[in-house]
Design a protein around this ligand. Structure first.
Ligand SMILES: [Zn+2]
Length: 324
């Protein structure tokens, strides 16, 4: 009896220690730690060195602009929740290597009265993804503001992890950028400088480690169709676009994936593809709500956007790898 009581006490104490260790590092509404993986400029799930080695073809899903609250002008988010839940059903059936959401997770920005409720619903819906499928979140202009500041970025970071970071998946180097500071750096020029220095190191390291591919993910497209197209709301200003494009091309970046446009767009800068993907949430053009499936082979990639009602049942990776 005495032993039992002591053991129970020890177990209770251990539980308290384990709980407090988890809680110290996790924001609210993140019961499985899914939203805290982007830390220290990397993504913990993929932190092992072995990820730098090619392990065979795989596919991932690129989503964008779930933007909870956009359909109703921040009054509710029922439509976005229904579409995201539909996306999660596809994700759990298809079982991709990972899922990446390229920004504007919510419509409200940090500090807005509806922000916390939208974040909570986003996390609730995306927590239904199977535990073994990592979810990578990217910040958009609605997530940190059109003119981000250290404060708005900190608010995002608390909920969703780092605003820029890199991770390897099976021999492929993936770089996630905070494109809102590229769009308008005036509220946080030091963040743009730090990101630029970090990016140069990442690109050098990727080349050094002989990445099979280098992918860049961000919210804003660098451009929609032409690399020298005039500045407008949906692209990055030429003043910062041109030197960045040069740097990415020099490093052999294979593709840049973005959202923000709420419809699909495509262009090339030399061999590098600029892939802009339509929204999970509210469309602003003919493309319906949906997401992109990207298959990654050792020497090539393939990608296709699917409306939510047209997503294939399964993805066959062997079809293209068996070609002689
Ligand atoms: Zn946006």
């Amino acid at each position: 009896m005495q032993t039992h009581r002591v053991l129970t006490g020890v177990l209770a104490a251990a539980t308290v220690i384990v709980l407090s260790a988890c809680q110290a590092d996790e924001p609210p509404n993140d019961v499985n730690g899914r939203f805290t993986q982007a830390r220290s400029r990397t993504f913990r799930t993929f932190a092992e060195k072995s990820q730098q080695t090619w392990q065979g073809p795989y596919f991932f899903l690129q989503l964008a602009d779930t933007q909870y609250g956009m359909f109703s002008g921040n009054k509710g988010f029922e439509q976005e929740a229904a579409l995201s839940q539909q996306a999660v059903e596809h994700i759990n059936r298809l079982r991709p290597r990972y899922v990446i959401v390229c920004g504007d997770l919510t419509h409200a920005t940090p500090g807005h009265a509806r922000y916390d409720a939208q974040v909570k619903q986003y996390k609730q819906d995306f927590s239904a993804i199977h535990d073994d499928i990592p979810l990578v979140c990217v910040c958009g202009n609605h997530d940190i503001g059109g003119r981000p500041t250290a404060t708005s970025i900190a608010s995002y970071t608390q909920n969703f992890g780092d605003d820029y970071f890199g991770f390897w998946v099976g021999g492929v180097c993936n770089i996630v950028l905070n494109s809102s500071v590229l769009k308008d750096p005036t509220g946080a020029p030091e963040v743009l400088d730090a990101q630029q220095n970090w990016l140069e190191q990442q690109l050098a390291a990727a080349q050094e480690a002989r990445a099979k591919h280098i992918f860049v993910f961000q919210h804003h497209p660098l451009f929609l169709t032409e690399q020298d197209e005039p500045d407008q709301y949906f692209n990055i200003p030429l003043a910062r676009r041109t030197p960045l494009l040069e740097e990415l091309k020099q490093a052999g970046v294979r593709a840049v994936f973005a959202g923000h446009y709420h419809r699909n767009a495509y262009g090339r800068a030399g061999a590098m593809e600029m892939i802009t993907t339509g929204p999970v949430g509210r469309p602003l053009g003919k493309d319906p709500s949906g997401f992109r499936i990207v298959t990654v082979h050792e020497t090539k990639i393939q990608h296709q956007y699917y409306g939510m009602d047209d997503v294939p049942q399964t993805i066959d990776l062997t079809e293209t790898t068996n070609v002689q």
